[in-house]
Design a protein around this ligand. Structure first.
Ligand SMILES: Nc1nc2c(ncn2[C@@H]2O[C@H](COP(=O)(O)OP(=O)(O)OP(=O)(O)O)[C@@H](O)[C@H]2O)c(=O)[nH]1
Ligand SMILES: [Mg+2]
Length: 283
């Protein structure tokens, strides 16, 4: 299966971000708490290298609490400010204002010494597609100022949002990178919905996810779908199709529909809180 997806709007977006970086004090990098490393775009890391930095593990509600804590520690040990948030429900938002001020302390101090008072912090909100950048901005602003959607590629251009007299945020389109060195990374980004589903093979993706679940979260599939977990992931997928009455004409099992349903169950948290990668794999 090929995961590469780098449409023209991402090339344009990257250029726009490079052009705007000189205006920026702080890069707020959103990652998906279920895949905190695989959802980091090296281009964004490069872009932010001389800026104040903040990593937000968004969608923390969908990942395991204990793993979230381990990942926070992991990033903090590497010298980043890092916080977990749930942008959909607004969890963790209250502390964000002070975290932003803290991350920009040097800049605020520098301004003060030069006699510049009350210049707002300008922060670029960046990340791969569908991690929740626009939702985060809306949640922090307390109103819907940007368009959001449960698919990658919703935001197509830049948008400045003035939060208050202290902070201005730049919403940016999600960007991937031209080539994944590691296919495993591509697969994980496909699981979380950061790659356009149209280019994916849903049954193959579901089979891989089933394999992961059986290995790391045994018993969940049995409980959720009332099926027997077996080594053959495709047999499991057929069992899910049967238990969910996914049928084609002539009562043939519709495993494609079952695959889409299963992947959606994972993406929306209906299989429980699931983390797909662990800090010890990256030490
Ligand atoms: N469960 C959960 N869902 C979230 C969270 N944050 C965002 N979402 C959902 O994730 C989906 C994508 O959100 P967007 O804000 O459009 O993502 P984006 O990063 O702006 O995406 P692009 O503009 O396409 O790059 C939406 O369905 C949101 O409701 C979160 O913290 N938890
Ligand atoms: Mg967006």
């Amino acid at each position: 299966m090929h995961f590469q997806w780098y449409p023209g709007h991402m090339t344009k977006a990257k250029r726009m971000m490079q052009e705007n970086i000189k205006l920026i004090d702080l890069v707020i990098e959103l990652v998906d708490a279920r895949v905190p490393m695989s959802s980091r775009n090296p281009d964004i890391d490069e872009l932010g290298k001389n800026k104040a930095r903040l990593i937000l593990l968004n969608k923390a509600d969908l990942a395991e609490d204990k793993k979230n804590e381990e990942w926070l520690q992991f990033f903090r040990e590497k010298g980043y400010s890092a916080v977990t948030v749930n942008s959909r429900k607004g969890g963790g938002m209250k502390s964000i204002h002070s975290v932003i001020q803290e991350a920009c302390r040097e800049k605020i101090e520098r301004d003060r010494k030069r006699g510049i008072l009350n210049r707002p912090v300008r922060a670029m909100v960046a990340g791969i597609p569908n991690v929740g950048k626009s939702t985060f901005i809306n949640s922090l602003a307390g109103k819907a100022c940007t368009k959001t959607g449960n698919r990658p590629g919703v935001t197509k251009g830049k948008q400045w949002i003035r939060l208050n007299k202290n902070v201005e945020l730049l919403d940016t389109p999600g960007i991937l990178w031209p080539k994944f060195e590691d296919q495993e990374v591509g697969r994980k980004l496909a699981f979380i919905g950061s790659i356009k589903d149209e280019i994916l093979n849903s049954e193959e993706l579901a089979a891989q996810m089933i394999g992961f679940m059986e290995q790391h979260y045994p018993g969940v599939l049995e409980e959720k779908y009332g099926i027997q977990e077996t080594e053959d992931a495709y047999a499991c997928l057929s069992a899910i199709a049967k238990s969910r009455h996914c049928l084609l004409k002539g009562n043939e099992l519709d495993t494609k529909k079952a695959a889409a349903l299963f992947i959606d169950d994972f993406r929306d948290g209906r299989l429980g809180k699931i983390t797909l990668e662990f800090p010890e794999e990256y030490q």
